[in-house]
Structure formats: structure tokens, C-alpha cells
Design a protein around this ligand. Structure first.
Ligand code: AMP
Ligand code: GLY
Length: 416
């Protein structure tokens, strides 16, 4: 496993449940993942280093969790050495690594998405704002840890976002190019599918709660909680969405000679004019994965191996009935600069409830205690017979955990 966040912790745990009883090694992992897997220090985006590490541990399969190594071509480096890998190569990972490229592919593939303009200066951006009307979404082209999108309700907000990205480089070079997009309204859904070429196996729909504040207020984060299933996206609608979104995009990539073995994650908005794609990711979602994998009713290692070697069967992924809710516990200050080093209490009590606690941003202090070391610190996930059951159980487990400045949205999966 390449990565070191909550998603990778959930993947490590799922793989450990596989019937093949695999040895799981995580590069680089984190203090919490080290409870469940051997961790080896590594720079995740360093292809040759990942290849060396995979060789050293005799890896039969490498699963790449985060986007940065995928965009950097780490999957290409592994495949070039004949190592079975879950995760697309750099050419396909541009779907996530460049919002402008993703728009271009969607246009070519006839996939419904918001009207958009790609700009490199503030005035051109403001002309697009005028053309589309308010609100608009202002999006840094490149990777920005889920924070590179501002939904502007006024012209001043749009200008401020354009200036921050293009002139002040708030997201570094990721904001040198900006996509200005017409504002959409509707419910959001994350539809993830594992894909091998044009073979697609979708997961049930999931929902991520991106803003830091309850009622979806405040700045966007990497995600403050998740739930699966999503009542307004039943399985037959999810199947239709795969036909309208995933398959045409995979076909368009194939037409360009670009293979895709990995996870294609479509972030969709269900607008009054029908579903429209907000973004593609080329990996498992975080924190959607923490709510999806506990529901998996198939052997995780067999499933992921079939993605890597191309033997994947075209059908929905099998899941248990019921629901899963994951609640993120974040550090004080997040999504701004998070406080680090706060001692976390209640981890064992939370685990005793049977909840799955994934570590995203933790470290050990000199006394061996877990402390905060990142923005999103933990995910607490629990299964239930229904969404309200899973939600109640997840919050009951999370109630055991606390630290100075901890932030938790209390409305994850509320009303579903
Ligand atoms: P993205 O990273 O592109 O998915 O955007 C992050 C969040 O910004 C999404 O989850 C939406 O809540 C919001 N967003 C993105 N694009 C739009 C849009 N065109 N209209 C309204 N909200 C948007
Ligand atoms: N949950 C949003 C993402 O993984 O990008």
C-alpha cells in the first residue's frame, strides 16, 4: 500500500481481512497504520523508491492510495518493472491532476458537466464570471488537497479567489491555470468504480460532506464525513450514471491509447437538469472509502488483484445490505493550519465499540501517546442496519474520543 492517510488505513484493514491472509506493508503509512501493517519510510511520489520498496518486500500487488503518486507516474514505474499495480498511470491520472484536461475529456466523451472556461489571468476569469452569472465555482487546475475550489456568490468573492490562485499562488503552481465553472445546485454524490480498461465494477453511491461547518457552511476540506448508501441514488440510478459517465470517459481514454487500471471516482451533482460531473478523481475517495470498504462483501485482495491484472468482471461490487457512516475528527485550525501535538484520548474505548477507527493524521509523542499530526486526524466508521443506525453508532463511538481543539461535524448523514 502506497500512502499514509485514513483511506490507506481503511484499505490496509480491508486487505488484512482477505482470505489469502496477505502480509500488508504500507509505504509510508502513519502511526496508526503501524498498528495494522509494517510501515516503511518513503517519499510516496518517488517512482524508483517505490519500485525498490516493492521489490524489497517482494510485493505481489501494489495499491496506490493518494493522487500525488499517481499523477507523478508511480504506477507507470511499477508496471514498467512488471509489478501488478492498482492505480492508473500518469496519462490517465491527469483526469484528476488537471481540471482543464478533465473538462476537455468530458466534452469529447459527451459526459454532462458544468459549462466552464479555462483562464490564466484574473480579467479573463472575471469575463467568464460575467458570462456564466453567479454563483460560480473557481477551481485551481492542479492538485490542492481538496481545497482548491471556491464557490463564489458575489463578483468580489470570485475576484478574490482568482487573485488568490493566479496572482498570490495560494495553491502554488496548481493555481497558475484556473477553471471557472457555472454554479450548479443539487445533491452531491460520489460514485466510485474499480476499472480495468473498459471493464467497470461500481461501488454503491456514497456521499462526502466537504465543508468544515454544519449545514455545509464554511470553507471546503478534504471531507468531514461520509455515508453509503445514498437514499436518492438507488442501485438502478447508479447503474445509469456509470453508463452516462464512467464508460464514456474510459472509452475516450482508450481511444487516445490511455489505459486505466484503478479507481475512477466521479463527483456528481444531481441538478434539476440532470446529473453533472463536478470532478474526477483517479483513486479511492477519502473519506468515502472509510464508509465503503466496511460494506464490502467480496474478498478485497481478489477484487483489487483483478483490477490490476485485468481479470475484473463487469458487474457491481458486492456489498452487505445496510449502511456505513464515517465521521471525521479534525484538528483545531483545520482547514487552515492545523494544531499539531495535541494528545488524543479515548481511542481504545472507541475501538471497543466495534467501530473502525482509521488514522489519517496522527503521530506518537515521546511517551508513546497518539497525538494530532495533520488536519483530518481520525475517521470513525460504523456499520448499521440502516443509515440512522449506522449514524448513531458512529457518533456513539466517536463520543469516546477527544483532544484540545477537536472539530467534528454533528450532521453527517443527518436526515437520510
Ligand atoms: P470539486 O473538488 O471540483 O469536487 O469541488 C469541491 C466542491 O465544490 C464540490 O464538492 C462542490 O460542493 C463544490 N462545487 C464544485 N463545482 C461546483 C459547481 N460547478 N457549482 C457548485 N458547486 C460546486
Ligand atoms: N472525498 C473527496 C475526495 O476524496 O477527493
Amino acid at each position: 500500500m502506497v500512502g499514509g492517510g485514513g483511506r490507506e488505513h481503511a484499505l490496509v484493514r480491508a486487505l488484512a481481512r482477505s482470505s489469502g491472509n496477505p502480509r500488508v506493508v504500507c509505504a509510508a503509512g502513519n502511526a496508526g497504520i503501524a498498528l495494522d501493517a509494517d510501515c516503511i519510510p518513503i517519499v510516496e511520489t518517488d517512482g524508483p523508491a517505490v519500485v525498490r520498496a516493492a521489490r524489497e518486500v517482494g510485493a505481489d500487488l501494489v495499491v496506490i492510495g493518494p493522487e500525488a503518486p499517481l499523477v507523478a507516474g508511480v504506477a507507470d514505474a511499477l508496471r514498467a518493472e512488471g509489478i501488478l499495480t492498482v492505480g492508473p498511470g500518469a496519462a490517465a491520472a491527469r483526469l484528476e491532476g488537471s481540471k482543464a484536461f478533465s473538462k476537455e475529456v468530458m466534452l469529447a466523451a459527451g459526459v454532462p458537466t458544468a459549462r466552464a472556461a479555462t483562464v490564466t489571468d484574473v480579467e479573463a476569469g472575471m469575463r467568464a464570471v460575467e458570462e456564466f452569472g453567479l454563483p460560480v465555482a473557481v477551481k485551481a487546475d492542479g492538485l490542492a488537497a481538496g481545497k482548491g475550489v471556491v464557490v463564489a456568490r458575489t463578483a468580489d468573492e470570485a475576484r478574490e479567489a482568482l487573485e488568490a490562485m493566479i496572482e498570490r499562488r495560494a495553491f502554488g503552481d496548481a493555481g497558475a491555470v484556473v477553471v471557472v465553472e457555472e454554479g450548479l445546485t443539487g445533491n452531491e454524490v460520489s460514485l466510485l468504480a474499480v476499472c480495468a480498461g473498459q471493464t467497470v465494477a461500481r461501488f454503491p453511491a456514497a456521499r462526502d460532506y466537504k465543508p468544515i461547518g454544519e449545514g455545509n457552511t464554511g470553507p471546503n476540506t478534504g471531507g468531514m464525513g461520509s455515508v453509503s448508501p445514498v437514499p436518492d441514488i438507488p442501485d438502478d440510478l447508479a447503474d445509469e450514471l456509470v453508463e452516462a459517465v464512467h464508460r464514456p470517459v474510459l472509452a475516450e481514454l482508450a481511444r487516445r491509447g490511455i489505459p486505466f487500471n484503478g479507481v475512477l471516482y466521479a463527483g456528481l451533482m444531481m441538478t434539476p437538469d440532470g446529473p453533472k460531473v463536478l470532478e474526477f478523481n483517479c483513486r479511492f475517495g477519502d473519506p468515502e472509502t472509510q464508509a465503503l470498504l466496511p460494506r464490502l462483501a467480496e474478498d478485497p485482495l481478489a477484487l483489487l488483484t483483478s483490477v490490476a491484472d485485468g481479470t475484473l468482471a463487469d458487474r457491481p461490487v458486492q456489498v452487505t445490505p445496510g449502511a456505513c457512516v464515517a465521521v471525521i475528527l479534525a484538528a483545531g485550525g483545520y482547514p487552515g493550519t492545523p494544531r499539531g501535538g495535541d494528545v488524543i484520548s479515548g481511542l481504545e474505548a472507541a475501538a471497543e465499540t466495534g467501530a473502525e477507527v482509521s488514522h489519517a493524521g496522527t503521530a506518537r509523542n515521546e511517551d508513546g501517546a497518539f497525538v494530532t499530526a495533520g488536519g483530518r486526524v481520525l475517521a470513525v466508521a460504523q456499520l448499521g442496519a440502516s443509515i440512522p443506525d449506522a449514524r448513531a453508532a458512529a457518533y456513539a463511538a466517536a463520543a469516546n474520543i477527544t483532544w484540545e481543539g477537536m472539530q467534528m461535524r454533528r450532521d453527517i448523514a443527518a436526515g437520510l
